[in-house]
Design a protein around this ligand. Structure first.
Ligand SMILES: Cc1cc2nc3c(=O)[nH]c(=O)nc-3n(C[C@H](O)[C@H](O)[C@H](O)COP(=O)(O)OP(=O)(O)OC[C@H]3O[C@@H](n4cnc5c(N)ncnc54)[C@H](O)[C@@H]3O)c2cc1C
Length: 401
C-alpha cells in the first residue's frame, strides 16, 4: 500500500505554509469583527493566492484549478485547515467546493455558464440546501419540501435550514421531492436556483452558540413559497438527487477530515506554546505538569493516527472507488471529528480563561467545529455503517421494516 504523496507535493506545502503566514493568519481577527466584511477581507487574499498559482487545488486544470488528486488535495487541506480562513483563500471552501464538483459532473451547458463559471473565478458564492427543520437530516430520503411541474416550469415549496453560506450567495442547489411514488432513493431531485428568485426567502441567519454569523460563516433558514424556476433548472436527472448528493459527500468527507486535522495541529501547537511559557509558579511552566504532558502526548498520537486513517481512505477512494470505500469514509468521519473536539478542548483548558475568549482562534474553532459531529451525517449514523459492514461478515441480517 502506497499512499505517500508524489515529490511535487512537499515544495507546494512549503509554499502554502509561507502563504498562510504572510496572508491568511494576519487576517483572522476579521472573523471576530462584525463591522468588517468577510468578503473585503478574503478577496485580496484570493487575489494574492491566484497570483501564486494557488487556486482551487481539487478542481481540474482545464477548469482553472490545480488538478490535484484526492490524496494530494487531502494533504493541502490540512495546511489550509490551520486557519478558519484557509480554504476560502484558495476558493476551495465548503459548500462551494462540493457545488463546483457536482456542477462540473452533472451541470448542463447553460448551468455551467450561468452558475459554475463565476463560482470558479471566485466572483460568486453558493450554498446547498438539503436539511429541513421538520424532517431528520440523518435520513436524507425522507424529505418534505417538494417541486411539481406546472406547464414548462418547476414550482418549489419547502422549508430548509442550516444552509451554510446562504447569506450573500448567488445561488442555491436545493434537493426536494419530485417523484414521491418512486422507489425510496429515486424520489428526490436537485435544482439550481438563483437566490433572488421570486418565492425564495432567506428568513434569517441562524444564531449558533451566540454567533449569528455572516456571509460564508453563516447558516441560513430558507423558505420556498411557490418558487417558480425554468425546466432547465433541474441538476442531473429527475429522481437522481440522492445519488448526486452521495457523489458530493464522498470526497467532501476527506476534505473535511483533513481540514479538521489542520485544526488539531494548530490547537496542539498553541497548547505546547502555552504549556512551555505559562508559569504557574516562578520558573515553573505549566508544561512540567504531568496532566498537561499527557494531553500533549495523547493529542500527538491521536492526530497522527487520524491523519494516517484519512490518507488511507483517500488512497482507497482513488484506487477502488468511493462506493467500495463506504465504511472507510464513515470511519474517518466520526473518528477525526471526535479527536478534533478532544484536542480543541485540551488546548482551551491549557489556556485557562484565555482559551474561551475571542483573543485566540480557539474559540472560533470550538464554536464552528462542534457541528462536525453532526453535519455530513451524525457520527452515530456513520458508526452504524462501520459496524454493519463488519457484522455482515458474521452473517448479520437487517430487520425487515
Ligand atoms: C455547522 C453545520 C452546517 C451544516 N450545513 C449544512 C448545509 O450547508 N446544507 C444542508 O443541507 N445541511 C447542513 N447541515 C445540516 C446537517 O446535515 C444535519 O444537521 C445533519 O444531517 C443531522 O440532521 P438533523 O440536524 O436533522 O438531526 P437528526 O436527523 O434529527 O438527528 C439528531 C440526532 O439523532 C441521532 N441519530 C440520528 N440518526 C441516528 C441513527 N441512525 N442511529 C443513531 N443515532 C441517530 C444523532 O445523535 C443525531 O445527532 C449543517 C449542520 C451543521 C451543524
Amino acid at each position: 500500500m502506497d499512499f505517500l504523496p508524489p515529490p511535487t507535493i512537499p515544495p507546494l506545502i512549503e509554499q502554502l505554509r509561507a502563504f498562510m503566514e504572510t496572508h491568511v493568519l494576519p487576517a483572522e481577527s476579521a472573523m471576530h469583527n462584525a463591522s468588517v466584511s468577510l468578503s473585503d477581507t478574503i478577496h485580496p487574499i484570493q487575489e494574492a493566492a491566484r497570483e501564486e498559482g494557488l487556486w482551487m487545488p481539487q478542481i481540474p486544470k482545464e477548469q482553472g484549478g490545480m488538478g490535484l488528486s484526492l490524496l494530494e488535495h487531502a494533504i493541502v487541506s490540512e495546511v489550509l485547515g490551520e486557519s478558519p480562513l484557509g480554504h476560502y483563500a484558495l476558493n476551495c471552501q465548503a459548500p462551494d467546493a462540493g457545488n463546483m464538483e457536482i456542477l462540473i459532473e452533472y451541470g448542463s451547458d447553460v448551468q455551467k455558464e450561468r452558475f459554475l463559471a463565476p463560482l470558479l473565478r471566485g466572483e460568486t458564492r453558493s450554498c446547498f440546501a438539503m436539511t429541513e427543520p421538520e424532517r431528520p437530516g440523518s435520513n436524507p430520503v425522507w424529505l418534505k419540501s417538494h417541486a411539481r411541474m406546472d406547464e414548462d416550469e418547476w414550482v418549489i415549496n419547502g422549508h430548509k435550514w442550516f444552509t451554510t453560506g446562504a447569506d450573500g450567495a448567488d445561488f442555491v442547489i436545493v434537493m426536494v421531492l419530485t417523484d414521491p411514488g418512486q422507489k425510496l432513493h429515486q424520489r428526490a431531485s436537485m435544482f439550481v436556483v438563483p437566490m433572488d428568485a421570486d418565492g425564495l426567502t432567506l428568513v434569517r441567519n441562524i444564531p449558533v452558540m451566540g454567533d449569528v454569523g455572516r456571509e460564508w460563516a453563516s447558516h441560513g433558514e430558507l423558505r420556498f413559497d411557490g418558487c417558480r424556476v425554468p425546466e432547465h433548472s433541474l441538476l442531473g436527472e429527475r429522481g437522481g438527487g440522492f445519488y448526486v448528493a452521495q457523489a458530493r459527500l464522498g470526497p467532501g468527507r476527506i476534505h473535511h477530515c483533513m481540514r479538521w486535522i489542520g485544526v488539531c495541529e494548530r490547537a496542539l501547537r498553541m497548547m505546547c506554546e502555552r504549556a512551555a511559557t505559562r508559569e504557574v509558579a516562578p520558573d515553573d511552566p505549566l508544561g512540567n505538569r504531568q496532566t498537561i504532558q499527557n494531553w500533549i502526548a495523547e493529542s500527538r498520537a491521536e492526530i497522527d493516527a487520524a491523519r494516517l486513517l484519512v490518507l488511507r481512505a483517500a488512497w482507497k477512494i482513488q484506487t477502488i472507488g468511493a462506493g467500495s470505500s463506504r465504511a472507510d469514509i464513515s470511519a474517518i468521519k466520526f473518528f477525526v471529528a471526535d479527536i478534533m473536539q478532544r484536542v480543541l478542548d485540551r488546548s482551551i483548558q491549557t489556556h485557562g480563561a484565555l482559551g474561551i475568549t475571542d483573543d485566540t482562534v480557539l474559540s472560533t474553532f470550538y464554536r464552528h467545529e462542534r457541528g462536525a459531529r453532526i453535519y455530513d451525517g451524525p457520527d452515530e449514523v456513520h458508526k452504524g455503517v462501520v459496524a454493519r459492514n463488519i457484522l455482515q461478515g458474521y452473517g448479520l441480517k437487517r430487520p425487515k421494516r
